[in-house]
Design a protein around this ligand. Structure first.
Ligand code: SF4
Ligand code: MG
Length: 321
């Protein structure tokens, strides 16, 4: 179906000031030219190690972080052209769920107040209608009206994430950006919350951008997956293709059960060496080259660009030139 949300050449550069006169001495390219579109009703997973720019990308879509450059087209309107006031209104349609529900829920507010708040902000309903809606939302996420007068600390991590989801749904958004919504939860609770998100998506025809640092988390919820490395998308494809036959060496590494051909050893698991380089000093050429077991001469000299393979997927790697 049609693309509902589209980002183009999205960038976030942070200047680092240093030296005697506080001059700008370095630039951190946290997000460095990311483009993708999200179709209505689908889930796009965005995966990468911490510091790759995935959360920044999610927050820029809502302009919670102001992009340095780029387009954010939602329902044929570039959100970058909106005033602050117009942008606040637009956020009704795009809501966010955060990794740490404990940090994102005000500990002094009752659950009722927490879930009601976005409706107050967006002038939805009168007090009585909002209360009824809170009860409905609590039921929807597997809690009950009996929980309304309680405080966040009285809930488990999984329940708190359900409260965060109820709050995000309160204003009937079209898109939900979920930033590592299950990363802080026990594995058994993770699948419950993922199932809940999947059910809610079907019920309300929601579109998700699902951010995670682990490919296994987004596997069953994503229709397509984008892999980010050092501020850039390095691969983007349908989930099935990506998990069955990853193309980019970094994607292969993330799915580290994939054996890597090596003439000396029969099979070798590809384990990533080293840390992600600093985005203030990305390596020249392909920014993955000093960790890549397939690196060739060209890789340290020329930066690969995202290009479309015959099967439609996008990969940024000289192996596919
Ligand atoms: Fe590895 Fe070269 Fe591909 Fe980069 S461009 S991922 S270094 S093979
Ligand atoms: Mg993050």
């Amino acid at each position: 179906s049609e693309s509902l949300l589209h980002v183009e050449n999205l960038k976030k550069y942070y200047p680092i000031t240093g030296g005697k006169f506080g001059r700008v001495s370095e630039t951190v390219r946290a997000v460095d030219g990311v483009s993708f579109s999200v179709r209505e009703g689908e889930t796009l997973g965005i995966v990468g190690e911490s510091g790759c720019g995935k959360s920044t990308t999610g927050r820029m879509i809502m302009r919670l972080i102001e992009p340095t450059e780029g387009k954010i087209v939602f329902q044929n309107r570039d959100l970058m052209n909106l005033s602050k006031k117009e942008m606040r209104k637009a956020r009704k349609d795009i809501q966010m769920i955060f990794q740490d529900p404990f940090a994102s829920l005000n500990p002094r507010h009752t659950v009722e107040h927490i879930i009601e708040e976005p409706m107050i902000v967006h002038h939805i309903g009168d007090r009585k209608q909002r209360k009824a809606r809170v009860e409905e939302l609590l039921e929807l996420v597997g809690l009950s009206s009996y929980h309304a007068k309680r405080y966040p600390h009285q809930f488990s991590g999984g329940q708190r994430q359900r409260i965060g989801i109820a709050r995000a749904l309160a204003v009937r958004p079209k898109v939900i950006i979920a930033d590592e919504p299950v990363s802080a939860l026990d594995v058994s609770v993770q699948s419950q919350v993922l199932n809940l998100l999947k059910d809610l998506q079907e019920k309300f025809h929601l579109t998700y951008i699902f951010i995670a640092h682990d490919l296994s988390v987004v596997r069953h919820i994503s229709d397509r997956v984008g892999v980010m490395y050092l501020g850039k998308l390095v691969e983007l494809s349908e989930s099935e293709q990506l998990y069955d036959d990853p193309k980019h060496p970094y994607t292969k590494a993330l799915l580290s059960s994939v054996p890597v051909p090596n003439p000396n050893v029969q099979t070798e698991r590809m384990i990533l060496q080293g840390d992600v380089p600093s985005p203030a000093h990305p390596p020249a050429g392909c920014s993955f080259h000093d960790r890549c077991p397939f690196a060739m001469d060209i890789c340290s000299k020329e930066r690969p660009h995202l290009k479309k393979l015959e099967d439609g997927r996008l990969v940024s790697c000289h192996l596919y030139d």
